[in-house]
Design a protein around this ligand. Structure first.
Ligand code: TXA
Ligand code: MG
Length: 320
């Protein structure tokens, strides 16, 4: 039987549900997470079940501080510590060699664990309250658009989780940037809320290796992901096949005169890429709900958060 929807700002209630092995949707600065006790195998398995997530796709483990993170890892490259000190709490996930206490289900058998300190006051408080780390993927059904408001979570997973901790809309709006250290050197596996430029300013030229595969060593990199149900396109070739009145448009700064204005979502009238990132997933959901025959999105300038926005548009448009 589906659960009654419980939503609010009661950290105690969230902590109790988690301690009892339940699942709670948590706000972060990036997107909402579907959280469970990362050291409780049954809770972790339940996350996969609720999300309909394949078992090969590992979960990020959320902790309240760098020192807590270090209790779950064996050896930490110096540059990982430097990145954590500079950007945690924040939209950065580090892949580090795990200790055996982190269950196999959480890392999908990988020897590395993905760790992050999220930057949201309610969730930081919750993490300090419970005495275990929280495994949390984005709180959406696998492959669909990530949630950036509690309403997004309620609409899709409300009946299956114990509580939604309401932290308002997410400030960044894109998932964390994922960095691993093959041969000790930082490598970006998923572009995200922390721009690569910010990482490079700290550690110098950094490799970005984004593979379209289901290999957990290439995280967040499934080809088709973050996808609306409506056919979604980034190119112009297919436009002729659809009537403009039946077409949604996702644009950066101003509406496209070739389409009805009511069919369009402008991501940032002032051309601000951070604002565009914040609006992206809500815009994709709104357009998806309109029942258009197709949605056409424009590429954004590729600096700063633009690179991660374009990555999500590319995956939303990917077939298969
Ligand atoms: O901003 C975020 O990262 C959000 C919030 C909730 O923290 N979480 C998120 O989780 O986006 P998720 O599960 O949707 O994406 C996490 C990605 C997965 O694609 C997974 O492959 C990768 O991180 N990942 C997690 N742990 C890993 C590990 N141990 N080894 C390799 N990749 C890992
Ligand atoms: Mg996700």
């Amino acid at each position: 039987m589906p659960k009654a929807l419980r939503i609010g700002t009661d950290i105690e209630e969230a902590a109790r549900a988690l301690a009892a092995g339940g699942l709670v949707a948590i706000p972060t600065e990036t997107v909402y997470g579907l959280a469970g006790n990362a050291l409780d195998e049954a809770a972790a398995l339940r996350i996969f079940e609720v999300k309909r997530r394949p078992a090969y796709d590992p979960l990020i483990v959320h902790v309240s501080s760098l020192s807590r993170a270090l209790t779950f890892v064996k050896k930490t490259p110096l540059q990982a510590v430097a990145l954590a000190e500079a950007f945690w709490p924040g939209p950065l996930t580090l892949l580090l060699p795990r200790k055996p206490m982190v269950p196999d289900v959480v890392t999908a058998g990988n020897k590395l664990v993905g760790l992050r300190v999220p930057d949201h006051p309610l969730t930081l408080e919750l993490l300090r309250r419970v005495n275990f780390p929280l495994a949390a993927p984005s709180a959406n059904p696998f492959g669909y658009i990530s949630p950036t408001t509690p309403e997004h979570v309620a609409a899709q997973l409300g009946g299956e989780i114990d509580y939604i901790l309401d932290g308002g809309p997410c400030r960044v709006g894109l998932e964390s940037t994922i960095v691993g250290f093959p041969d000790g050197k930082p490598t970006v596996y998923r572009v995200g809320g922390l721009p690569v430029e910010a990482i490079e300013a700290l550690v110098g030229k950094t490799k970005v290796q984004i593979n379209a595969s289901s290999n957990p060593q290439a995280p967040g990199a499934l080809k088709s992901h973050y996808a609306p149900k409506t056919p979604f396109f980034t190119g112009a070739e297919e436009r002729a096949a659809y009537a403009p009145e039946r077409t949604g448009r996702l644009v950066f700064e101003r509406p496209d005169p070739a389409f009805p204005e009511a069919n369009q979502f402008v991501l940032s009238e002032k051309g601000d890429l951070e604002e565009a990132a914040r609006n992206l997933y809500a815009a994709m959901r709104l357009l998806d709900e309109r029942g258009f025959d197709a949605i056409f999105a424009d590429w954004l300038p590729k600096e700063g958060p633009g690179a991660a926005i374009n990555d999500r548009l590319r995956r939303a448009a990917a077939r298969g």
